[in-house]
Design a protein around this ligand. Sequence first.
Ligand SMILES: Nc1ncnc2c1ncn2[C@@H]1O[C@H](COP(=O)(O)OP(=O)(O)O)[C@@H](O)[C@H]1O
Ligand SMILES: [Mg+2]
Length: 157
Amino acid sequence: MLAEERTFVAIKPDGVQRGLIGDVLTRFERKGFKIMGMKLIQVSDEQAASHYAEHKGKPFYPRLIKYIQSGPVVVMVIKGYGVVDSVRHIVGATNPVNADVGTIRADFAQVMEYNVIHASDSLASAEREIAIYFNEDEIFDTWKTKTEELIEEDELL
Ligand SMILES: Nc1ncnc2c1ncn2[C@@H]1O[C@H](COP(=O)(O)OP(=O)(O)O)[C@@H](O)[C@H]1O
Ligand SMILES: [Mg+2]
């Protein structure tokens, strides 16, 4: 039984300012995932605090909040099979020094403080984070990806 999931991804301000939106998006598109929501936004104080609530009180928290608000970010909702774990693999380890070669953070970032991209780490955090940044009417599921078509045809569902 194959089930689809949704995840939340943000291209952080350094990624936007370095012109990496296209490179990052390409990795998810060529995987065959569905980009079902996407917008360029300035993160508000409330959104930043809610997004990073789990890190409140840690030494790097003030810098993290400043970083995520230092310029616009591209926020996305992405749908696919195993998408939460799969996107985390494509993104790579938090510290780019430890990220596997070929991942976004290994290829595009040097330090943890400026690691280009955020991706949800579980189904529960994905739904929580999607709700921070999107209304449901900004998320579209009105077409089938090739992968969805093939899996539905094969009645693997
Ligand atoms: N020890 C640290 N020093 C500086 N920045 C950090 C540190 N740990 C995490 N961060 C920053 O906070 C973000 C959120 O941390 P975390 O949720 O642990 O990582 P991830 O983004 O891989 O899920 C990281 O992407 C990184 O930008
Ligand atoms: Mg995290």
